[in-house]
Design a protein around this ligand. Structure first.
Ligand code: HEC
Ligand code: HEC
Length: 387
C-alpha cells in the first residue's frame, strides 16, 4: 500500500469515527507537498557532465543537420527524423519503419524534453542522451549503420567535416577509433535534442493558481480541482508521475498487454547497460572516471535483490507534452488519452497478457465519467509552449 493511500485511508477512517461521512478535504498536507513539486520546471535541462558539447550551439546546429540526414543509415533512406517527426517528434503509428521496411519493436517516444530524462528507452537500456543515439544508429532494424558508414558520410560532406573538426579537434577521416566517432556523433545529436524543450504549460499556471486557492480556502471552486484531486488521490497517478517532469524516473510493471519479444522490459536491459562500453561510467564519458558508477551499481543491486520489480517493468514516461505523442505506452496500444485513462480505470490489462507481477498501485479505480474527463483535460493541459 502506498504512503498516500495509507494516510488517506487512515484519515478517512478517523473521519468516519467522528460520524462525518464526507471524505477528507483535498488537498491534505501530503497531497499539498506533492502538488508543490509538480509545477514550473526549469526552462533548460540540467547540464550533462558526461557530454562536454551538450550545450554548445555549434554542436547543436551540426547535430540538427545529422538528425535529418538519411545518409547516416546503411540503407540511405532512414534518418532520426523518419521516426521522430512532427510536433511531437514521434510517429502516429504504434511502431515505426526502419531500413528495408522493418518495424521497430516498440512505440517511438517523443523527443520533447528528452534532455530532462535520467534513463532512456522504455526499458532503460541507455543512461545518457548521447549514448542513446548509438542504439538506433547501429540497430539493424532502424538505421543499420556503423562507424564506417557514419565516417564516410561525414567525410563526403565538406561542411560536416569542417564543423566536426572545429568541435573535436580531429577530422572525421583522422578519427581512427570508430567507437569514439560514434560517441562524438551521439554528443552532437544530444546537443540538438537538448534544445527541443516545451516546458511552460497551462498546467503550471493551473497548479500555481490552485495552490493560491488552497491558501484562500476556495480550492473546491477552482476549475482544476477535480482533475488534480483525481490525479493525486483517487487515480494514484502521482505515485509514479511525480516531480516537474511528472515522472519518478523509475520502472514499473503496470500490467500492459505485450505479446512481443521485448515484453520483459527492464529485466533484459540492466545487464546490457552495465556491460555497455558507451555507458556513463565508461571511457567515452567526459565526466571524471567513475561518475555514475554508483548509480549503475544501484541498478544492478535492485535487479539482483528484487527481480520481480524489473520483469515487465518499463520507464514511467514524462507526461509533459503527452497530448502530442499518441499512440501511447511502450506498445503504442492505447490510441488516445481517453484510452489510457480507461486502461488505468480497469486496473490495467487482463492477467496472463503480460509477464511479471503488476505493481500494487495499479488497481480498478471506479472513476466517474466526470473524473475521467477531468484527468484527460489535465493531461491535455501539459502541452508546453514552443520557444
Ligand atoms: C526506425 C525508427 C527509429 C529511428 C530511425 C530512430 N529512432 Fe529513436 N526511437 C525509436 C523507438 C521505437 C524508440 C523506443 C525504443 C525502445 O525503447 O525500445 C526510440 C527511442 C529514442 C529515444 C529515447 C527517448 C526516451 O525518452 O527514452 C531517443 C532520445 C531517440 N530515440 C532518439 C533518436 C535519434 C537521435 C535517432 C537517430 C540517430 C533515432 N532516435 C532514430 C525509433 C527510431
Ligand atoms: C505504478 C506507477 C504508475 C501509476 C500509478 C500511473 N502510471 Fe502512468 N505510466 C507508468 C508507466 C511505467 C508507464 C509506461 C508503461 C508501459 O508502456 O509499459 C506509464 C504510461 C502512462 C501514459 C502514456 C505516456 C506515453 O507517452 O505513452 C500516460 C498518459 C499515463 N501513464 C498517465 C497516467 C495516469 C493518468 C495515471 C493515473 C490514473 C497513471 N498514469 C498512473 C507508471 C504509472
Amino acid at each position: 500500500m502506498s504512503l498516500f493511500r495509507l494516510r488517506t485511508a487512515v484519515l478517512a477512517l478517523a473521519l468516519l469515527g467522528t460520524g462525518c461521512e464526507s471524505e477528507a478535504p483535498f488537498p491534505s498536507e501530503d497531497e499539498l507537498d506533492a502538488l508543490n513539486t509538480l509545477h514550473t520546471p526549469s526552462a533548460r535541462p540540467e547540464v550533462d557532465p558526461t557530454n562536454k558539447w551538450g550545450d554548445n550551439p555549434d554542436a547543436a546546429a551540426l547535430g540538427h543537420r545529422l538528425f535529418e540526414d538519411p545518409g547516416l543509415s546503411r540503407c540511405g533512406t532512414v534518418s532520426c527524423r523518419s521516426c521522430h517527426d512532427g510536433e511531437g517528434y514521434t510517429v502516429e503509428t504504434p511502431t515505426a519503419e526502419g531500413c528495408g521496411g522493418q518495424r521497430t519493436e516498440r512505440n517511438p517516444p517523443s523527443l520533447l524534453n528528452a534532455g530532462y530524462n535520467r534513463w532512456f528507452m522504455w526499458d532503460g537500456r541507455a543512461d545518457r542522451l548521447w549514448s542513446q543515439a548509438i542504439l538506433p544508429l547501429t540497430n539493424p532494424v532502424e538505421m543499420d549503420s556503423d562507424a564506417v558508414v557514419v565516417r564516410a558520410r561525414l567525410v563526403a560532406e565538406p561542411t560536416y567535416t569542417a564543423a566536426y573538426t572545429q568541435l573535436f579537434g580531429t577530422s572525421p577521416a583522422d578519427e581512427q577509433d570508430g567507437d569514439r566517432l560514434l560517441a562524438n556523433v551521439g554528443k552532437l545529436l544530444a546537443a540538438y535534442q537538448r534544445t527541443l524543450n516545451r516546458t511552460d504549460a497551462p498546467f503550471d499556471a493551473d497548479v500555481r493558481r490552485f495552490l493560491q486557492a488552497v491558501q484562500a480556502g476556495t480550492a473546491e471552486q477552482d476549475p482544476a480541482y477535480l482533475g488534480l484531486k483525481t490525479f493525486v488521490r483517487k487515480g494514484q497517478c502521482v505515485v509514479c508521475h511525480k516531480g516537474r517532469a511528472l515522472s519518478d524516473d523509475k520502472f514499473h510493471n503496470v500490467g500492459l498487454k505485450d505479446p512481443g519479444a521485448g515484453k520483459r522490459g527492464q529485466a533484459d536491459a540492466v545487464d546490457a547497460l552495465l556491460s555497455w562500453k558507451f555507458n556513463a561510467a565508461g571511457l567515452f564519458s567526459d565526466a571524471p572516471a567513475g561518475t555514475d558508477a554508483a548509480r549503475l551499481s544501484a541498478l544492478h543491486t535492485q535487479a539482483q535483490s528484487k527481480p520481480e520489480e524489473v520483469v515487465g517493468a518499463f520507464r514511467t514516461p514524462s507526461l509533459r507534452n503527452v497530448a502530442l505523442s499518441a499512440p501511447y505506452m511502450h506498445t503504442g496500444a492505447e490510441k488516445s488519452l481517453e484510452d489510457v485513462v480507461d486502461f488505468y480505470n480497469e486496473g490495467g490489462d487482463a492477467d496472463g497478457t503480460f509477464v511479471g507481477v503488476r505493481t500494487e498501485t495499479i488497481v480498478k479505480l471506479d472513476l466517474s465519467s466526470e473524473e475521467k474527463q477531468a484527468l484527460v483535460a489535465l493531461l491535455k493541459s501539459l502541452t508546453g509552449v514552443a520557444r
